[in-house]
Design a binder for this molecule. Structure first.
Ligand code: NDP
Length: 240
C-alpha cells in the first residue's frame, strides 16, 4: 500500500534534511519545503516534490501543499521544522532580528498548521509535529526572543493538541537541546557565537540531526491512537 504524504519544512539543512532522508528511507512520499530549493533537489530523494517556500508566505504555503496532495493524496503529517535562532541581547539587537524570529518560528508554524489542519480534522486523522527546543521550556542567556518564540511553539502545540484531540488528530512537540546544524551560523553577534561554540565543545559535542530525525520518526510511527505529546532530548552532557 502507498504510504501517505509527509510535509517537512526547513528540509534544506540540519534536522529537516536528516528527517527527509529518514522518512524517504521508510518509503514515504515527501513534500520538502525551504527557500533554497537547489539544496532540496540535491538530496535526490525518491517520490519527493521539492518546492521553494518562505514559511511566512501563508498563501503560497497552502497552494504548495494542495498541489502536492493532488499527486500523493492528503498530507498525513506536517513536520513544522523551519526555524531561525538569532541570539543577542535585547538592548543591542537589531529589531529586524526579533521580527524575523517571530515571523519564521511562530507565524511560520501557524501557517503550516493552517494549511493542513482543516483536512485532518475533517477526516479525523493526521499528525502535526512541531519542532520546538529545550529553549521552549527554560531560558538561556542571550536567548530572550528565541526562547519567546519557542515557548510560543510549546504553548501553541499543547493548546492545539487539546483543541483537536477529540478529532483524533495528534499534535507532537519535539524539543531538542543543542544539535550540530547550520542554526547558530545565522547569529550575527560574533562574541555570542564563539561562546556558544566553546560551550558545545566543552560538553564534548552535541546531538546529531540524525538522532532528532529518528526521534521524530519514532513519535510519528506510533499508532494514530497513541500521541506522544512531547519529547525533550539533549546530549547527555548538556547540563542546562
Ligand atoms: P538549520 O539552520 O540547519 O535549518 C533551518 C532550516 O529552516 C533550513 O532548512 C532553512 O532553509 C529553513 N528556514 C529558515 N527560514 C525559513 C523561511 N523563512 N522559510 C522556509 N524555511 C526557512 O537549523 P536546524 O536544523 O538546527 O533547525 C531546525 C529546527 O530545529 C528549528 O526550528 C530550530 O529552532 C530547531 N532546533 C534546533 C536546535 C539546534 O541546536 N540546532 C536545538 C533545538 C531546536 P532555507 O534557508 O533554505 O529557507
Amino acid at each position: 500500500m502507498q504510504k501517505p504524504l509527509i510535509v517537512i519544512t526547513g528540509a534544506s539543512s540540519g534536522i529537516g534534511e536528516a528527517t527527509a532522508k529518514v522518512f524517504a528511507a521508510q518509503g514515504y512520499p515527501l513534500l520538502l519545503l525551504a527557500r533554497r530549493i537547489e539544496k532540496l533537489k540535491a538530496l535526490n530523494l525518491p517520490n519527493t516534490i521539492c518546492a521553494a517556500l518562505d514559511v511566512t508566505d501563508r498563501e503560497t504555503f497552502v497552494k504548495t501543499i494542495r498541489e502536492a496532495e493532488e499527486k500523493f493524496g492528503e498530507a498525513d503529517a506536517l513536520i513544522n521544522n523551519a526555524g531561525v535562532m538569532l541570539l543577542g541581547t535585547v538592548s543591542q539587537q537589531d529589531p529586524a532580528e526579533w521580527q524575523r524570529m517571530m515571523d519564521v518560528n511562530v507565524t511560520g508554524v501557524l501557517n503550516g498548521i493552517h494549511a493542513v489542519l482543516p483536512k485532518m480534522v475533517a477526516r479525523q486523522s493526521g499528525t502535526i509535529i512541531n519542532i520546538s527546543s529545550v529553549a521552549g521550556r527554560k531560558t538561556f542567556p542571550n536567548h530572550v526572543v528565541y526562547c519567546g518564540t519557542k515557548f510560543a511553539v510549546h504553548a501553541i502545540s499543547e493548546n492545539l493538541r487539546e483543541e483537536v484531540a477529540s478529532k483524533n488528530v495528534r499534535v507532537i512537540t519535539i524539543a531538542p537541546g543543542a544539535v550540530e546544524t547550520e542554526l547558530l551560523g545565522h547569529t550575527t553577534d560574533t562574541a555570542i557565537k564563539s561562546g556558544y561554540e566553546s560551550w558545545k565543545k566543552d560538553m564534548g559535542g552535541v546531538l546529531s540531526a540524525e538522532s532528532i530525525a529518528q526521534t521524530i520518526l519514532f513519535a510519528y510511527q506510533q499508532p494514530q491512537s497513541v500521541c506522544i505529546r512531547e519529547i525533550v532530548l539533549t546530549a547527555t552532557k548538556q547540563e542546562p
